[in-house]
Design a protein around this ligand. Sequence first.
Ligand SMILES: [Zn+2]
Length: 174
Amino acid sequence: MHLIPFYVVDRDLAAAETRVIHLFAPHEGIPAGDYSLVEFYCPDPDCDCRRVMLNIVEEKEIDRFLASISYGFDRYEEKAGPFLDSLNPQSEYARALLRLVDRLVLSDPHYVARLERHYALVKQAASDPDHPAYHKLQKVLADDAEQFPLPWPSRKPRRKPLKRKRRPRRKRRK
Ligand SMILES: [Zn+2]
């Protein structure tokens, strides 16, 4: 079974609440850039894993995960993490990104509370047939889903690039 990206469950909330680290200068070998922490969760409503996978992407290359960081909400657990997930490919920046995320982001209790809230929303969606994402999640649970397309830059809803409506021409006054 796949983990599912949070934006599958609530795109608007994901756009509003995905954390981005802006590096204005290189840091420990990581190039300057905008690094989004794209959240993935386990959608199985019967599983109480209480974890998130944070996949780090730079906004100019959003289809490449630079680090996959596993993090458990129950801090006393032995495998709480954060750690680099060994099943996922990691980039040459992964260790430095892990340190950065740990120090800068996961130390913020508000952010961790937000992750837990998103986790709960995913579980809820997977057990509520009226939720718009329910059927997608069921497909994932049945191991029947295609990979999800990778995320759009997480900051704001994107402007549509094409097909702009033409303004009606102004009539010239005489
Ligand atoms: Zn789980």
